[in-house]
Design a protein. Sequence first.
Length: 337
Amino acid sequence: MEASALCAMYKRIFALRNELTDVAVDELVGMFDLTDSVLLRHEIAYALGQMQRTHAEPFLRRVLADLDEHPVTRHEAAEALGAIGSAHNLDVLREFVHDHAPEVSQTCALAVHRIEHAIERGACACEKTAQAALARDAAAAAAAARTREAGAVGAVRELGEAGEASEAQQLADPAFDARAAYSESAYMTVDPAASSMRGLPLAEVVATFSDEQLPLHTRYSAMFALRDMNSKAAALALAAGLRERSSALFRHEVAFVLGQLERECTVPQLKECLANLAEHPMVRHEAAEALGAIGSADALSTLRAFAEDGEPIVRESCAVALDMFDRTGFEDAGVVV
């Protein structure tokens, strides 16, 4: 597909996402079979999840169950079902928790946890929090506390190497209370895991985020708490997660979150990720789009360097990321960026 056609279709996908109607859902579903681009097909699934329209559920279940579909697209369909949050999708999600593709199986597990956790808490925020949900939050907080000291040391070392001594000292200080550093989430996305760690000290959140022995949903909760802090120290702690080796799914979400933050201090780590040909293409693709969101001269030159990458999803992501930097073009297409 020509780059211009690719970018036009990409813009249309996200313009439709913002419409939040069943008519828009139908158009997105119709677009799916018009392209063999994994980038576009998985973005369609992503957009359908963000819209949270139950009208999209039959299509998303079909994509998830299609073993001939690319795992990255199937993963996005599973995440979309989790974002919509209907309890009747639990059976199909549980069916693929043991899928052969790790990105699919892990996403299904996250989606199951997200839906079950929402059910336990009750459909309305004013309802009393279920004891099971309270117990799980307490267990996650206890696990974070147990690993806090080791996690803080690792985070300090990582930030110190990046030349962020003052930020690192904040992490190391047990008395530092990050609650004031949190802002209300400004990101108009339905996240694959709820953040139950808002208001906890930065070092404690980083320790949980960095602990590869903890459940993925617990680490995701820490990830989104770090994002919502929206500080340089939190961004650098997130960027360090691009080097963890336990889960490509986790690393790809880290790259996505760094794109949301748009902090130039994370460009070196994103460049390293994109340049790593041994990395999962799904992770490299998110790193490319994050670099496009940041849009610094260094980021853009890196995207141009990989514009002919051998992996289609990476190559196409570089094209879209370079086009995304033209915010005017996206706004003209009715896309909120």
